[in-house]
Design a binder for this molecule. Structure first.
Ligand code: SAH
Length: 346
């Protein structure tokens, strides 16, 4: 039995303890404590990020992802800089304090083009900018940081090299990890994470992944369940379990009290209401999509992603209502990482 934590200090679980928790041995304890810590750190506030998924072209060929380069059935799109800026204007108009720019690994956008985009956004709006552009060169990451980007999200998906290689052919594990460390050294608020129940994932691997994420002292931690996509080699694999992803977010919260942890849309795809339930189990961030309607549905990383037909205003209102339904408050401020406030391990 793990004793209840009364403080907001990080808990450093052992690998065996994590495996036990992933097994569901102490769900009641785990979820109650994760909720208490989330509440203690964020005071019932849920940070809202506006995400613009500006291109679904990708040079990678990941076995789990619908945007993989060999999927010929996806309608590819690339937003122009003006179209991206229009979406960012919408986010600012809603009073949301963070824009997340995400895409497939699309090198058609040159480093200087992205840098200019960052400068323009910063000149127009008081917004935090999170980048999630995949595997780009070190000098590009540096240029974007200097241009004013605040945060970078690069999920390892797993820290197990063998499993990584099985899922991401042609991607380079060591380079991705080195890139993540370099991003952190540049002063970005840095995020990484895992896909739970990725085909081939075991609780032992997942426990090690959680420990690696802890060791990295990250500002943002993302976990979401695997969702099988018909046009991928993993089409026949079973979808991930909501409960497993919730256990991971709860464990991550206890180990990293001040980190931002999004409740992912993949939770919602598997089970209606699972994303908001995640907010009671360690998560404190949601990321509504502001991708323009004409391409919105084509950002089809997994089935069910971006399938809502309603306008962003209605989607946002519904999301806020669900958040409030759980006794939480949507919060549109920048919502920077609070990692440094809860760092007794240093
Ligand atoms: N190209 C960028 C952004 C990737 S898309 C990069 O590589 O960093 C954002 C995230 O979607 C991925 O990091 C992955 O964790 C998640 N994802 C992709 N396919 C998925 C699937 N089938 N099920 C669940 N999550 C998936």
């Amino acid at each position: 039995m793990i004793s209840a934590s009364s403080s907001l200090s990080p808990i450093c679980f052992s690998e065996q303890q994590i495996i036990g928790l992933l097994n569901g041995e102490q769900d009641e304890w785990l979820f109650a404590n994760a909720q208490a810590v989330t509440q203690g750190v964020f005071d019932n506030q849920v940070f809202i990020r506006g995400i613009v998924e500006f291109s679904n072209h990708c040079r990678h060929n990941c076995h789990y992802c619908g945007l993989r380069s060999s999927n010929r059935q996806v309608e590819r799109y690339r937003l122009s800089i003006d179209e991206i800026l229009d979406a960012v204007d919408d986010i600012a108009q809603f009073g949301i304090g963070t824009v997340v720019l995400q895409s497939g690994d699309d090198w058609q956008y040159r480093a200087e083009t992205i840098a200019e985009l960052i400068r323009t956004i910063k000149a127009r709006h008081n917004l935090a900018i999170t980048l999630s552009l995949g595997d780009r060169k070190h000098q590009e990451l540096k240029l974007w940081r200097e241009a004013g980007a605040d945060r970078y999200l690069l999920k390892m998906e797993t820290f197990n090299k063998q499993l990584f290689d099985q899922c991401r052919p042609n991607a380079n594990f060591d380079e991705r990890l080195a890139r993540l460390l370099y991003i952190q050294s540049l002063g970005y608020q840095t995020g990484s994470g895992v896909i739970t129940d990725l085909p081939g994932m075991t609780d032992e691997i997942l426990a090690t992944d959680i420990l690696r994420l802890y060791d990295l002292e990250l500002d943002m931690l993302a976990c979401g369940p695997f969702v099988a996509h018909a046009q991928t080699p993993f089409a026949q694999s079973p979808n991930g379990e909501v409960l497993k992803s919730h256990r991971v977010s709860a464990i991550l919260r206890l180990m990293n009290p001040g980190a931002n942890i999004p409740a992912t849309s993949s939770l919602e795809v598997i089970e209606l209401g699972a994303r908001e339930l995640g907010l009671m189990r360690g998560c404190n961030v949601v990321m509504p999509s502001f991708t323009p309607s004409q391409v919105y549905a084509s950002y089809n990383i997994y089935p069910g992603k971006n399938t809502a037909t309603s306008h962003i205003e209605q989607r946002l209102a519904a999301m806020f209502q669900q958040i409030q339904h759980h006794g939480l408050q949507p919060n549109c401020s920048r919502g920077d990482s609070r990692r440094y406030q809860y760092v007794s391990r240093y």
